[in-house]
Design a protein around this ligand. Structure first.
Ligand SMILES: Cc1cc2nc3c(=O)[nH]c(=O)nc-3n(C[C@H](O)[C@H](O)[C@H](O)COP(=O)(O)OP(=O)(O)OC[C@H]3O[C@@H](n4cnc5c(N)ncnc54)[C@H](O)[C@@H]3O)c2cc1C
Length: 617
């Protein structure tokens, strides 16, 4: 965080801000961010200050893609020069996403697919085969870009049923890759831009006429000149607004793959007699093992999503602090002085804190053990709930900036497009919610929901925690009853599912909210008393918003009285005022700097646009 950021006027604040800033820096270093990450953070931030990352306008779609590929390549070579190995260190990989996403979303996705999915799959399932070592070295130096081809025209979320085939040819001891149907065309991977590219392709392994399940195969797509190799064809898909990723349609015709370019994992093999064997009994199990690296991608993109929210909140608030409008008392005041503006900005600020605490928990769990069931659930639920929440807030932040919020250089509108991609890719949010909701139904309740519902007390942070736990348990119990009722009246599983699908998603969201609340509460109680006082109104505002969102449900359950309900707007208004008085410090906590973002409205916007006008371009 630069000093420039913390000294920018956001609002009138108490005289003792320097002490508060000092306390806040301690929070930022230890809780919102990790002190041990500081050297890697500094290295990536330094690289992002290079002029290559200056915003460029008027580029064609291909020109924009080229710029993002150049930036991704530059980032990798610079990090290598500084001995930062993001392929080996998960924390460095998470940081890379958090810092690159707000500057260039396309470059961030290129890097995510390259490291998480392509390199990650080869390392995890390549068995350290000598034939793969040179390919790995090529990817680590980014002499070729790694891509990942799973989705097909006919199979998105149902990708397990994909149709691309890799037939084992015993005579040559190779596999032959084909796209046998229109539905099997690989759809969406970033194959269109003509850079050197090596793909990890998901295909159905056929051996002796038998379908052995889906496996990854390493296939060189484009040579050192970026030219497609024989048997491979790619057609670019149409453009996406503000997102230059070169998504394409890719097909294979009799492409030969060496035996050792099959990423078999430790459990599967084809023996010297050409017989396939796997210690993973089911095809579903083999598919899940093959797609395992998507988990890392989910953590990285969830981290990126929260970073987008931190940056957008910071940019919008700094703009709101300098944009003047006339007030009823005849004076000009910044729009930040109005409660309607504060309501959206401070809600985003509170959410940025809540989700940052949540994502730190997710990262810590993943680093400790990426495969236990607790982490598995955390990855799925945080990917879905965190990115959904960020997706809801970004348009509000854009709106509060007015016209300048529409400009790409001011970032927020581009973030909103980017978050749409994150919501769909690496596990569609709705599908993740359904999966988690379903698994929650089978999980024992532990303690029964209390017969007497907890009562919400806005001044006590613990009371939100109790409410969140109660809501999750109660929804689960009600849903079980509802499903039992449906089953008693109908035999068609689809009808039964459809009668309960919204309840399943609601339960999953309640689970996500409970986890986020727990993390926020835990972080809050760990704080130094001075900082806790400072950040308490933010937590209370967050709590107030959660209660308001489900106020009807809480009223019906008796968790809030009519009087509490009626008092919610007034209490919210009171909290906005408190947050306003320490906003400068709270904003500082987000750890954002305009040195890499370069958003004109986050600095002196009048001067910027005046200069732009004077220059005529
Ligand atoms: C920017 C971007 C980059 C991508 N990059 C890659 C890449 O590099 N490699 C790659 O392989 N793929 C890539 N993809 C594809 C991505 O993995 C798929 O988009 C994703 O798996 C979802 O599939 P789909 O888009 O076909 O959605 P669909 O499967 O058609 O789902 C659309 C909607 O239908 C509903 N739905 C679907 N199935 C069910 C169900 N069983 N029950 C209830 N509702 C359902 C849900 O509401 C869902 O949101 C990328 C996508 C995007 C957006």
């Amino acid at each position: 965080m630069s000093e420039q950021a913390s000294s920018f006027p956001t609002t009138q604040h108490a005289d003792d801000t320097s002490i508060s800033h000092w306390h806040m820096r301690a929070v930022r270093a230890d809780l919102l961010f990790r002190a041990t990450d500081a050297p890697v953070r500094a290295a990536i931030e330094d690289i992002l200050r290079d002029e290559l990352f200056e915003p460029k306008e008027g580029l064609t779609a291909v020109g924009s893609a080229r710029l993002s590929y150049d930036r991704a390549h530059f980032m990798v070579t610079q990090l290598r020069a500084r001995s930062v190995d993001v392929a080996q260190a998960l924390r460095a990989l998470f940081l890379l996403h958090e810092l690159v996403a707000p500057v260039d979303g396309t470059a961030c996705t290129v890097l995510a697919i390259h490291f998480c999915l392509a390199i990650g799959s080869i390392v995890a399932m390549g068995q350290d085969k000598p034939e793969l070592r040179s390919i790995l070295a090529e990817l680590l130096e980014m002499r070729s870009v790694g891509v990942f081809l799973a989705t097909e025209l006919g199979y998105g979320n149902s990708v397990m049923s994909l149709e691309t085939t890799a037939r084992y040819d015993r005579e040559t001891d190779e596999f032959i890759l084909n796209s046998p149907s229109a539905k099997s065309l690989k759809f969406m991977p970033n194959t269109a831009f003509p850079a050197p590219k090596i793909a990890v392709v998901m295909a159905k392994l056929l051996s002796e006429g038998r379908d052995c399940g889906v496996f990854p195969f390493v296939v060189r797509l484009r040579d050192v000149e970026g030219q497609l190799l024989p048997g491979i064809s790619v057609t670019p898909l149409s453009e996406k607004p503000a997102y230059a990723l070169d998504n394409g349609i890719t097909a294979f015709k009799n492409v030969r793959i060496l035996r050792n370019h099959w990423l078999s994992g430790p459990e599967s093999e084809i023996n010297e007699h050409g017989k396939f064997h796997s210690r993973i009994a089911s095809r579903r199990g083999r598919f899940l093992a093959a797609m395992d690296r998507v988990q890392t991608g989910r953590v990285c993109f969830t981290s990126a999503a929260v970073a987008l929210l931190r940056s957008a909140t910071w940019i919008a608030t700094r703009y709101a602090s300098q944009r003047l409008v006339s007030a009823p008392n005849g004076r000009d005041v910044p729009i930040l002085g109005y409660r309607n503006v504060q309501a959206d900005l401070f809600r985003a600020l509170a959410e940025a804190y809540a989700l940052t605490f949540a994502v730190r928990e997710l990262q810590d769990s993943f680093v400790q053990s990426s495969h236990d069931s607790h982490t598995f659930n955390l990855v799925a639920i945080f990917k879905a709930t965190v990115t959904e929440r960020v997706g809801e807030l970004l348009p509000k932040l854009r709106e509060r900036c007015g016209a300048v919020g529409m400009l790409s250089t001011n970032r927020i509108i581009d973030y909103w497009v980017y978050i749409q991609g994150i919501i769909t890719a690496e596990g569609d949010n709705q599908l993740m919610l359904l999966k988690i909701g379903r698994s929650l139904l089978d999980t024992p309740d532990g303690a029964d929901p209390a017969d007497v519902p907890p009562t919400f007390d806005g001044s006590d942070p613990r009371s939100l925690l109790e409410l969140a736990r109660y809501r999750e348990l109660r929804l689960r119990r009600l849903l079980r009853q509802q499903i039992a009722f449906s089953r008693g009246h109908c035999r068609d599983p689809l009808v039964i599912w459809n009668q309960n699908v919204s309840g399943v998603m609601e339960l999953a969201r309640a689970f996500g909210t409970r986890l986020i609340t727990e993390k926020y509460y835990e972080a809050h109680t760990c704080l130094d008393a001075n900082v806790r006082d400072l950040t308490l109104p933010l937590f209370q505002l967050w709590a107030m918003n959660e209660v308001t969102t489900h106020a009807a449900w809480f009223l019906a359950e008796g968790c809030i009285s009519h009087n509490t309900y009626r008092a919610l707007p007034e209490q919210t208004e009171h909290l906005l005022g408190k947050i306003e008085s320490s906003l400068d410090v709270l904003l500082d906590g987000l750890g954002v700097s305009n040195e890499s973002l370069r958003a004109p409205i986050a600095d002196d916007y009048l001067q910027h646009y005046e200069k732009l006008f004077a220059s005529g371009s």
